[in-house]
Every structure is written in C-alpha cells, then in structure tokens.
Design a protein around this ligand. Structure first.
Ligand SMILES: Cc1cc2nc3c(=O)[nH]c(=O)nc-3n(C[C@H](O)[C@H](O)[C@H](O)COP(=O)(O)OP(=O)(O)OC[C@H]3O[C@@H](n4cnc5c(N)ncnc54)[C@H](O)[C@@H]3O)c2cc1C
Length: 418
C-alpha cells in the first residue's frame, strides 16, 4: 500500500525513512524546489532532550502582553497577529499552568531521549554526514532568577534520567574557554552532557538519498492543494485539478498542516512562531566554541557546525510573514556581542547569512502524532522549537502505529485527536 507524505522537512523525511525501512512504499510531495528548505533549513541544529519545556510556561500571558510594546522581547506578540491567534491562544494560555507545563516537559523529554538515540543510531549505521557533534550544551547565566528556573526543571527531569551538572563561573570557563572574556558577568552555568547538535538541512539531504536508495520517491516542486476523502476515508491528495490516489496520507507540512487538514474537515491547534538565525563562516577565527552555548535570558543559542558559527533565537507571533525584521536580526548580533565579544569583534557582519523560519507550534507544547478522525489520514507535526530533537522519534512512533507494530514509546500524550 502506498503512503503519500506531504512535506519534505525534517518530519516528512524522517517519516518517509521510518516507513521505507519497514518495507513500505512511500511518495513524498514537497512544494519547494528541494528538501528541508523551510523551517528545517537554518535552525539551531540542537538535539536537546535537556530542554524539552514548552514555551508556554507559567507567566507566559504577562510576558506576551508586555512584549506588544517591546521590539526586543525574546518572545514577541505582534498586534496584527492577535485575531488569527484567538482560539489557539486561549489554549496556549490555559496550558501554561505549572502542572501542564511539567507534564508536557516530561512527555517531550521522553520523546526527545528516544529520538536522539534513533538519530545517533541511523547516523552511525548509515554514516550520515551533517556536522554531527556529540558535545553537550552549556547553559550560562547572569541572573540568579533565570538560573533557578533552569535548575528547577533540571532537578525535576533528573528523576527521569537527565544528567545536569551545576557549575560556578570558573568551571564554566574551564568547560568553554571561549567564554573567558565574560567571566565577570557570569554567575554560573548548567552543563548538559547528553545533548548533541548537527546541521538539520544537511541531515535532510542525507535522508533524501537514504529514502531513494530504499526505493522511495520524493517529488519536489509539487504543491498539494487538498486532501481527497470518500466515505469518511482518505482516497488521495489533490494537486491542482489532479487527484493522486493513495490509501494513506501523512500530513507533515509544518505550519501549513492545519490549512491542508481543513480541506478534509479536520482542525489542528498549530500556529507559526517565527524564529531567526544568523550564520557566519568562522574559519578565520582563532577559537570557536566546542560546546553549544544557551542563554535562557536572551532566549538564544550559539552553535557551531564544523567551521560555521550560528546564532539562533527569538520567537515572534506574526502570522506567516517570513520577512527578516532588522530589530530581530540586531537582537542576534547583540547576543553574539554579549556572549562571545572577541569573536564578534572579528567577524564580518555583512557576510552573515540571515534567515527566518516558522516553527509549527502546538498550543499544549507537544507534537501531534498519529491517525486523525479520517481513516487513512495521519498527522505528524506541531513540534515547535523541538522538531529536530524529536524528528526521528516521532517518525518511528508513527511508522510503528501505521504498520501495526508495538511502538517503543507511549504515543498517548501525542495523540493527534486530543
Ligand atoms: C530559528 C529556529 C531555530 C530552531 N532551532 C531548533 C533546534 O535547535 N533544535 C530543534 O530541535 N528544533 C529547532 N527548531 C525547530 C525545528 O526547526 C522545526 O520544529 C522543524 O524544522 C519542523 O520541521 P517540519 O518538517 O515539521 O517543518 P518544515 O521544515 O517547515 O517542513 C514542512 C515542509 O512542508 C512543505 N509544504 C507545506 N505545505 C505544503 C503543500 N501544500 N504541499 C507540499 N509541501 C508543502 C514545506 O515546503 C516544507 O518543506 C528551530 C526552529 C527555528 C525557526
């Protein structure tokens, strides 16, 4: 039985690979001219089971309200986007209670641990090349309140297997000497050794070859306009006036998934949360950081992929607009100035590649994985800020569900019909 997968980002491609590996026939349809060119293109590349928390933690409502008037807020709500966020937003706020926040964090943590293992397994088995580094993440802090927040979450997750080590400022510098110039501003850090990182777009390109080698097909430049159903079951997808028949369809179209699902009468609580990155060629630098550096106060991370240095961060609710806003890009330059002033002074800003992508954000902080209310129509989306971290795990969970095999992880928290 052929499965059509809509979307060739991290989620669609990992789904196709997991199905192909199980002997299933797969056809991936992608609107763009290549794979991984949307949100999976220049993201942070962090594989971080250590940071599984949804963004709608306790206090998010106040933060969003004040962000309306602050162009530099780490998470920013634009007034123009408010009408399109009403129903979704009520759920976003409702799910920000401490109990729901911790529950979502734990479910995402379990999925992320499973997923990173699957990612590392396939990378070793097939010798995939995407600048993978298994060094951990170093969270740095200048503010005791911020450090306490991260400490509380780490302590909670330690009971479920997270490794986290608290460091004083000297130990932070010993772990990452590139932070030496800001020693006096740091109060400490938390070292998260089990995280990894790698270039998500290169991974997509590698998976493309794997899927084709396993007998699958990927059609780029093909935009799906709707889902065709008959008698409560899916019967294919529409591409303009053409019907492409299929008994099973997986929607993995990122932030565009709700619009496609609506054509089959299905709704999904996913909205785009825009984020930015700037990438430098760091080959002229004497010293690049070995570890990924996270700064919770700035809601940002600095990562390296080989000789490339990337600064990533900020979230903006502004609909589907992907334009590069100067003040948001300036925020990232500010992160670089603040965290790595020596490198910042040397790097040529005019050579930085700036990028923006739309995180597909669910309103309860967890992805939607599984069958919809329409027979044969499956969903794999809503991974928000953790789509790279959770891609391989989500794909394997869905593939097991579709093939009727026992899944290695509990799928209930991610049920697409919740
Ligand atoms: C700034 C930023 C930093 C991030 N950093 C990290 C990180 O460090 N770690 C992490 O785990 N996650 C990170 N993320 C999140 C991660 O990038 C996303 O969760 C992930 O890329 C989502 O993948 P996806 O396949 O669902 O969506 P996409 O990559 O957007 O793929 C969806 C695909 O569907 C296609 N499509 C849409 N509609 C149609 C249609 N009608 N017909 C055919 N094709 C269609 C699109 O063209 C697209 O290629 C970050 C995101 C951003 C924006």
């Amino acid at each position: 039985m052929r499965t059509v997968i809509v979307g060739a980002g991290l989620i669609g491609l990992t789904t196709a690979q997991a199905l192909a590996e199980r002997g299933e026939e797969v056809l991936v349809l992608e609107a763009r001219e290549g794979v991984g060119l949307e949100t999976s293109f220049a993201n942070g590349g962090m594989l971080t089971p250590s940071m599984p928390e949804p963004w709608n933690g306790p206090g998010v409502f106040g933060h969003l309200l004040t962000s309306l008037f602050n162009p530099h807020a780490a998470m920013k709500l634009r007034l123009g986007a408010v009408p399109s966020l009403m129903t979704w937003g009520i759920g976003f706020i409702r799910n920000s209670s401490t109990r729901r926040y911790l529950s979502a964090s734990l479910n995402n943590y379990r999925m992320s641990c499973y997923s990173i293992q699957k990612t590392l397994d396939i990378s070793r088995r097939l010798e995939l090349s995407y600048d993978l580094s298994e060094q951990g993440t170093l969270c740095i802090f200048k503010d005791p309140g911020q450090m306490e927040e991260r400490r509380i979450l780490c302590k909670y997750l330690e009971d479920y297997g997270l490794s986290a080590e608290e460091l004083d400022a000297e130990q932070v510098i010993a772990r990452e000497p590139a932070l030496g110039p800001i020693r006096n501003r740091l109060i400490g850090g938390i070292w998260l050794p089990d995280d990894a990182r790698g270039d998500a777009h290169l991974f997509c390109r590698e998976l493309e070859s794997v899927i084709v080698a396993e007998g699958g097909e990927i059609r780029t430049g093909t935009s799906v306009s709707g889902i065709a159903t008959k008698g409560g079951k899916v019967c294919g997808v529409e591409i303009g006036n053409e019907l492409l028949e299929a008994e099973r369809v997986v929607i993995a179209a990122g932030s565009h998934s709700p619009a496609l699902l609506a054509t089959a009468g299905q709704s999904l609580a996913v909205k785009p949360a825009k984020g930015y990155s700037i990438t430098f060629d760091g080959s002229s630098l004497d010293r690049l950081p070995d570890v990924a550096i996270g700064d919770d106060a700035l809601h940002a991370v600095i990562t390296t992929f080989g000789k490339r240095l990337r600064v990533v961060g900020t979230a903006e609710f502004t609909g589907f607009d992907k334009s590069l806003t100067k003040e948001r890009i300036d925020n990232l330059f500010h992160v670089l100035d603040t965290v790595l002033p020596e490198q910042s002074a040397v790097l040529d800003r005019s050579q930085a590649s700036a990028w923006a992508g739309l995180r597909p954000m669910s309103n309860d902080g967890k992805p939607f994985i599984g069958v919809s209310a329409v027979g044969g129509l499956f969903v794999n989306t809503g991974h928000g800020a953790l789509g790279w971290t959770m891609a391989m795990g989500s794909a394997n969970l869905l593939a097991d569900q579709m093939c009727g095999t026992v899944a290695e992880i509990d799928g209930k928290p991610f049920d697409a019909r919740r």
